[in-house]
Design a protein around this ligand. Structure first.
Ligand code: NDP
Length: 327
């Protein structure tokens, strides 16, 4: 496993990590979560991503029980959670980053995870109704309290991240350390363009999500929607509407010979492409079973084989369909 610093922080995260969105709860119980976490941990993965809203809190409970079952040392791994959407109705409990919500939400997450602290706490989306200063103050207090070690953002704009960082800098508060954007062969803009000045400028680290665009880049959808796959799940029709685009599926199919030319499977090829970007601290992978974890972690072996010539061929195939699927 390769370990990378989380931006300017001293914290080192495995270049590949594992998340629980969609999977824990609807597809994965405690036993299968433990099997996936073990496969990842044994291969050197030290970061497991979660969020309060995933499966309405059940994802945190499952991950907490799986980690407990495995009995691995708390000091040796990192867990995250994220706040914004909330678990209850009410003006101060849904779609907010106000101080009251954040201060209560961290306690709920720690209880569900069965942990004394999370390593990374994210503001899952920006909140237009709460002043950024209030958010920064609350997240800084969360870190100072020891309930989270680092805080960051997810799907914030470059301007919003810089504003938060500057407020923290001026007021001597804990600064946002990392952002969690979508980044994959079909979604590149934020990571490669929008955030360009933030990496050296404020030492921003990245924990990127959906390296396979919810499975699209694995090629599994080229012959329809397989039973049990993410796009077949009840309740995820909205995701299917965003992802299941014939042009993109055909383009992904055309990538397969390129992946094969370096001995990789399509999932390995797509994940290796994300890891190749040194601005990315960790690529958060997703898996509905441990066999996928094992396959996906081998992606690291193929990073050196991604030559400029090969990447130019990839871009030629994907350019017409880029940014046309899920946002
Ligand atoms: P991917 O885009 O990699 O999709 C993962 C899914 O693809 C798996 O659950 C599985 O679904 C399928 N898959 C994975 N590996 C293979 C394989 N080798 N062969 C075939 N199919 C495969 O990642 P996610 O979308 O899950 O995102 C990763 C993590 O990022 C999440 O778990 C979460 O922690 C985080 N995230 C954060 C967001 C944010 O807003 N901050 C948003 C979304 C994700 P199946 O088998 O069911 O088809």
């Amino acid at each position: 496993m390769e370990y990378r610093r989380l931006g300017s922080a001293g914290l080192k995260v495995s270049a590949l990590s594992l998340g629980s969105w969609v999977t824990y709860g609807p597809q994965v119980n405690v036993d299968s979560a433990a099997a996936s976490i073990k496969a990842a941990y044994d291969a050197g993965v030290n970061f497991f991503d979660n969020a309060e809203a995933y499966a309405k809190g059940a994802s945190e409970e499952i991950m907490g029980l799986a980690l407990k079952k495995l009995g691995i040392r708390r000091e040796s791994y990192m867990v995250s959670t994220k706040f914004f959407w909330g678990l209850n109705e009410g003006p101060n409990e849904r779609n907010t980053l106000n101080r009251k919500y954040l201060m209560q939400a961290i306690d709920g997450s720690l209880k569900r995870l069965g942990l004394e602290y999370v390593d990374l706490a994210f503001c899952h989306r920006p909140d237009p109704d709460t002043p950024v200063e209030e958010v920064v103050w609350a997240m800084s207090d969360m870190v100072t309290s020891g309930k989270a070690l680092y805080w960051g953002t997810s799907e914030w704009s470059a301007e919003q991240i810089r504003e938060a960082w500057e407020i923290a800098d001026r007021r001597d508060l804990r600064k946002p350390q990392m952002e969690q954007p979508q980044y994959n062969l079909l979604h590149r803009g934020k990571v490669e363009r929008d955030f360009a000045r933030l990496y050296d400028g404020i030492g921003l680290g990245l924990t990127t999500w959906s390296p396979l665009a919810s499975g699209l880049l694995s090629g599994k959808y080229s012959k329809g929607i397989p039973a049990g796959s993410r796009l077949s799940l009840p309740g995820y029709e909205w995701l299917k509407d965003r992802i299941y685009k014939p042009d993109a599926i055909a383009a992904v199919e055309s990538l397969e010979p390129l992946a094969r030319s370096i001995g990789a499977t399509l999932p390995q090829f797509a994940i290796a492409w994300c890891v190749r970007n040194r601005r990315v601290s960790t690529v958060i992978t997703g898996a509905s079973r441990s066999e996928q974890v094992v396959e996906n972690l081998k992606a690291l072996d193929f990073v050196p084989a991604l030559t400029e010539e090969l990447l130019a061929k990839v871009d030629k195939i994907l350019l017409p369909v880029m940014e046309t699927v899920a946002d």
